[in-house]
Design a protein around this ligand. Structure first.
Ligand code: ACM
Length: 750
């Protein structure tokens, strides 16, 4: 799920690191299309001559190579030759390394630039350390991206990131061969782009008192300093300390030029007609009522029925268009609270005049009229997929995000609209992470979603989106972005192999991320549940990545670098809490993992007279925030299911389910249950809550153990879908057996 007004997305997250027995394996990410290794090595250094680079096609690649050569002294004489080959596609390159010469053949400047990034990838962590030469393996690479849109989005409104950081951000995107930066510059919480015609947008609209999202961050900062709002983003204005910031037009021009030299096009988004409170606070005449209303689901939008609105919007976009050379401008147009447009005279007359049948068509009128204006500026319009509602123009490009409208990409592509895929389930990196997150991103298929071969041609590519309501600092931003961004890079470049290979390469990429001083999230510690039981004694066996350093405590305190180091399974012989964390380069601590242990007895089984296969399933098509609000009176369907299935064809946008019956324990033992859901779920065994994964949240896993006697045990699983796409998975293991999904053999009803 993702609905911006829901704030319950945060919680304890876990981490891990992958194993590597394949040190020699080339760890390039994204994976090139074809790689042939040859005999020998090439020493890249300050002495490497650059030749054949006269054509302007090689300009940014040359600039990059010169930067890389700096401070890498050696007496070795060799060269890097640039060659033009018009037969190569845009962004494609051929790279040949032999002991005397590197040859890069391309037809365009991006191809040349990506070839140089591949050299950096081959150098690994060394690429980010000065004063050393690189030893590159001889090889031949043929490479080109599958998708022309490989984007990363950043919301700088909810929390602000300054120019110095954005330059570093661009460097990182470019190293992983992303070519688009979608800059979400305005939203309710702050206007970040200087507009000369309306200075109040930034002198006032860029600054705010702390809001409820800031308060949530500050609460979390009590245990995690990465949630602190940096002092550098506060300013005293008229005696009041306010949070915010903005970019001057000069700074924006500089970033655009910097990004362009790093292979990246910047696409600005000025989100309209909704998400406009940072402007409507100064200019309330932009709304239908002329005042800023209290929030409903979303803040009041600007009014598409008044000419003064278009005058404002056009003045804003005229300046925006001059700052950004990209052929695209993003109009947003998501999550619009259209109710304020109803029943005002201007809208009634607009609807009559333009023959608009619904309020959706009023929004469509706004988008289409803005598109014409964009076209007059020589630009194309991108909008979030809500631009389909009320009718879309054939030339608009759609950015798909609402996973719960699975037909949107198909509807757009059928009509011949280009689509950029950013479905929330795979691409929203503000979703908190667990042991499954990386693999989830890796499973993203931008040309899936029921598109046929013809429709797939309309997919330009995909993008990772980073909304920053709960991301107030650079540290937190990096934690959310890395390593998921590496999986996204592999997917969008399009020659990915499989998750196991990717995971092995990550081992070397973590060293690269360390060299770049990135606060990435460690790989999860695994092998245990959060809530555990034992009979007489137990061993806690932590599955840690091969070279990871893990420290732990047994007194409930947060582990420190001085806490005992985990080297062998920990013997548990009393009720206690173990906390463990990975400590990486420079003592950087990862997320704290907690394993609670309680001494217990077996729970007796129940005898059933006539056990029959299945579970009793109930369906409640209503919105509930937590499972104990589910009301039997709302039930509209019952069925018997074999295991955990939801046999309802046309599910409501929000619903709840209940599966009830008996779990069959095949032998006496300690059973671990792993419950993963989006949104909430609660597992009860023997009529007591065992796993509590309740509330509105993205897909996360919770786990717990219970000691069961052989036989039947009352079982109940409650689940909520708040809206926006759902996940419900239940797995278990017995003793030290491998975990597996529950199946028909595990359940019975009387
Ligand atoms: C969005 O997440 N509202 C595009």
């Amino acid at each position: 799920m993702r609905i911006k007004n829901f704030s319950a997305l945060l919680g304890l997250a876990l981490f891990f690191i992958t194993k590597s027995n394949f040190a020699q394996e080339l760890s390039m990410l994204p994976q090139p299309e074809s790689v042939k290794t040859l005999q020998g090595k090439f020493v890249f250094s300050g002495s490497t001559a650059i030749v054949g680079n006269q054509d302007s096609v090689f300009a940014i690649a040359t600039q990059e190579v010169k930067l890389l050569k700096k401070d890498r002294a050696s007496g070795v004489s060799n060269k890097l030759l640039f060659v033009k080959d018009a037969s190569l596609k845009p962004e494609a390159y051929r790279l040949r390394i032999n002991p005397k010469q590197i040859t890069i053949a391309v037809s365009d400047k991006l191809g040349a630039f990506w070839a140089v990034q591949t050299l950096k990838q081959l150098a690994g962590a060394n690429a980010f350390k000065t004063k050393n030469t690189w030893t590159l393996p001889a090889l031949e690479i043929k490479d080109q991206p599958k998708f022309s849109w490989r984007g990363v989005h950043l919301d700088v409104s909810r929390h602000f990131f300054d120019m110095a950081y954005l330059h570093r951000f661009i460097d990182r995107l470019s190293f992983y061969k992303f070519n688009k930066f979608h800059w979400h510059l305005t939203d309710d919480q702050g206007w970040r782009i200087e507009i000369k015609k309306y200075p109040e947008l930034t002198t006032v609209g860029a600054w705010r008192k702390l809001n409820n999202q800031d308060s949530a961050c500050l609460k979390l900062a009590e245990t995690n300093p990465d949630y602190k709002l940096p002092e550098k983003h506060f300013k005293v204005i008229n005696g009041e300390k306010l949070y915010g910031g903005f970019y001057t037009q000069q700074e924006i021009r500089e970033l655009v030029a910097y990004a362009s030299a790093k292979g990246i096009e910047i696409i600005p988004e000025i989100d309209m007609p909704g998400h406009m409170q940072a402007a409507t606070r100064q200019f309330p005449w932009l709304t239908s009522t002329g005042s800023v209303q209290k929030e409903k689901s979303f803040t009041d939008p600007i009014c598409p029925c008044k000419e003064t609105t278009f005058e404002f919007a056009e003045n804003v976009f005229k300046e925006v268009a001059q700052l950004f050379p990209s052929k695209y401008i993003h109009l947003g147009a998501d999550e619009v609270e259209k109710s304020s447009w109803k029943n005002i005279p201007e809208c009634e007359s607009l609807m009559k005049r333009e023959n608009l049948k619904s309020i959706d068509e009023v929004q469509s009128y706004f988008v289409k009229r803005m598109e014409k204006y964009f076209n007059s500026l020589g630009k194309k319009l991108i909008g979030w997929d809500e631009i389909l509602d009320g009718g879309v123009s054939p030339t608009a490009t759609l950015m798909y995000w609402r996973t719960w409208v699975p037909t949107a990409p198909k509807h757009a592509a059928e009509k011949g609209n280009y689509v950029i895929m950013t479905p929330g389930e795979y691409c929203y990196f503000d979703a908190q992470q667990d042991a499954h997150s990386l693999q989830k991103v890796y499973g993203f298929n931008p040309t899936g979603f029921g598109l046929n071969a013809n429709e797939q041609q309309y997919v330009l590519g995909g993008q990772a989106n980073l909304w920053t309501e709960y991301i107030p600092s650079e540290q937190r931003l990096e934690y959310m972005l890395f390593p998921r961004l590496l999986a996204m890079s592999d997917v969008l470049w399009g020659h990915q192999q499989n998750f196991e290979t990717f995971s092995r390469k990550m081992d070397q990429q973590f060293a690269v991320l360390d060299a770049m001083h990135i606060n990435y999230r460690f790989t999860d510690l695994k092998g245990f549940a959060e809530n555990n039981v034992f009979l007489k004694s137990a061993y806690l066996n932590i599955e840690a990545p091969k070279n990871a350093v893990v420290h732990y405590t047994t007194d409930g305190s947060t582990p420190k670098i001085g806490s005992p180091k985990y080297i062998k399974p920990i013997n548990i012989d009393k009720t206690q809490t173990v906390k463990a964390a990975i400590f990486g380069a420079n003592g950087r601590m990862g997320d704290v993992f907690t394993a609670n242990y309680v001494q217990t007895d077996y729970v007796d089984a129940i005898s059933l007279n006539h056990p029959k296969p299945g579970l009793n399933f109930s369906y409640y098509p209503k919105f509930y925030k937590v499972v104990n609000l589910i009301a039997e009176a709302d039930k509209t369907k019952t069925a018997t299911t074999a295991a955990i299935e939801i046999p309802v064809e046309d599910k409501a946008a929000s619903f709840a389910t209940r599966h009830k019956g008996f779990f069959y324990a095949a032998e006496d033992g300690i059973y671990s249950f792993f419950l993963r859901s989006d949104d909430g779920s609660v597992l009860k065994i023997q009529n007591k809550t065992l796993v509590d994964n309740d509330g509105m949240h993205f897909a996360i896993e919770k786990s717990a153990q219970i000691a069961l006697k052989k036989g039947y045990h009352p079982f109940e699983l409650l689940f909520l879908e708040g809206g926006g796409g759902y996940t419900l998975q239940l797995e278990y293991s017995m003793g030290s057996s491998k975990r597996k999904a529950v199946s028909a053999a595990d359940f019975a009803v009387e």
